[in-house]
Design a protein around this ligand. Sequence first.
Ligand code: GLA
Length: 411
Amino acid sequence: MDYESSPESVLSEFATRFAGQYTGQAGVRPRLYQAPGRINLIGEHTDYNDGFVLPATVDLYTWAAISPRNDRILRVHACIDDRTVSIDLDRIAAGKSGEWPEYVKGVAWSLASQGLRLRGADAVIAGNIPLGGGLSSSASLEVLLAFALLECSGIGMERRKIALACQRAEAEFVGVQCGIMDQFTIACGSRNQALMLDCRSQDFELVELPAKAALLLVHSGVRHQLSAGSFNARRDECREAVEILGSVLPGLESLRDLGRDQLEDHRALLSDDLYRRCRHVVTENARVGQAREALEEGNARRLGQLMIASHLSLRDDYEVSCPELDFLVGIAAECEGLWGSRMMGGGFGGCTISLVDSDRAEDAAETIRKQYGRKTGHEPWIHVVGPADAVSRIKDVGKDVGTSTGAVAAS
Ligand code: GLA
């Protein structure tokens, strides 16, 4: 989304768009909500294979100023393209895939399919998570809206269930067959800690992020489009491999259940592509466990090595990297005090994440900026990861926004 947005700008946009337009329960003061983006230390393309991931919330956000209405109309204005859409909650129809209104509709559709009756609302949304950066801007929007709309409607729901409803919105309404990592992290993550998440059971533990280490995000400038099909194609390949291997390995439900030895024993059944896709998932799941141990031991060097191994596997076996991401990982390897780097998220563009000694983070960022600029002709967006809470309502902001007299009816 647009990088200049802030909670205050969202509120003032709300005042411009919607102030004085209420009928019935007129002038309800908007509430402000924020949802973070997410990073992932390691565990890429494992979530939809029932495997393990190690993500965390990041201090990049989507915001919504929202106020309930007395009817079943959901009006949402997005600052990114200065567009307002009006959705009748009783008649939700799919539109052009990949555009932001589809995520809004998808969330409403998913909650309604659980028999929940949402109240209409007016909302303004904006954020500063780079789109298509592998930082889960779409999941951030979904979880934000679900959280806010449920509160506006006076409906309580566990965070875990909100995450599941949003994943369903993305997979079944928008059509990107993602796993649970993004929505889960944004709904259930915790400041300064990574989530060691078992995507099958959805059990998770919180693990401290490495002390004295900084995490650096660098955007390649190549915007990935998950709905473009390559993501779903990988998912289909995994399903196909499970089907083939399941014929000789009874009980194999997903690639999570596949051992490295079993994969080698039955390699002949698979095409070379399918074999390498499986090898990525099997070895990546193992790396997540090792990374967690490295975190517990405070061993940043080891964690960095695992991140590099993850990148090579994503590049060579899973084939979801691109030359720009590979180049960024290559530059990072030459920076003093930088322990490891890899592409992050779905791939085909977006960001790299690097683990660097916090005293060297600025120097590393400078080196990467210069070298990438020289090679590509444009300065990369770079962000040092800061702590962030999971989705929440921001209190005490917007007291002065002149839209309202009443209090929000729903709690
Ligand atoms: C995207 C998906 C996630 C996950 C990652 C790859 O971000 O939304 O569910 O599959 O790609 O690890």
